[in-house]
Design a protein around this ligand. Structure first.
Ligand SMILES: [Zn+2]
Length: 131
């Protein structure tokens, strides 16, 4: 479980003073209100509460969001680069995640995306025509 903002102990309240406590509790209340109102969704993989923007939309679920956050899904396809800046994404890592999302895997489409990205990257590494 990720860290959630906590209420202060009686000693902590004395130390911080009433004005500071009010300020702190407004932000804690705001955070918990977002959880209660389902403005924040819980990702069971990373244990974080995040706004719905952190999730892919998915009509199969009542709240229209896939229950695992984008960051965790991208980690599942291993797109997150390691220390050596190498991506381990491959057909084999992409397929099971697409299955989770109920999206079809189309080999030709995947290949054309890889080619498009590769072309895009090499374009950017070229020198501009007018230095
Ligand atoms: Zn997550």
């Amino acid at each position: 479980m990720a860290h959630l903002p906590q209420a202060k102990s009686p000693e902590g309240v004395k130390e911080a003073g009433v004005a500071q406590i009010r300020k702190d509790y407004i932000s804690i209340a705001d955070y918990y209100t977002k959880i209660v109102n389902q403005d924040y969704m819980y990702c069971p993989k990373c244990g974080k509460f995040q706004s719905s923007k952190a999730y892919y939309s998915d009509d199969r679920f009542a709240n229209k969001c896939f229950p695992i956050c984008k960051e965790c899904l991208l980690q599942m396809v291993e797109r997150k680069k390691d220390k050596k800046d190498v991506s381990h994404e491959s057909k084999e890592t992409v397929k099971p995640v697409l299955q989770l999302l109920d999206l079809p895997y189309i080999d030709s489409l995947y290949q054309s995306c890889c080619t498009a990205v590769a072309n895009d990257v090499s374009e950017k590494t070229k020198h501009p025509p007018f230095p």
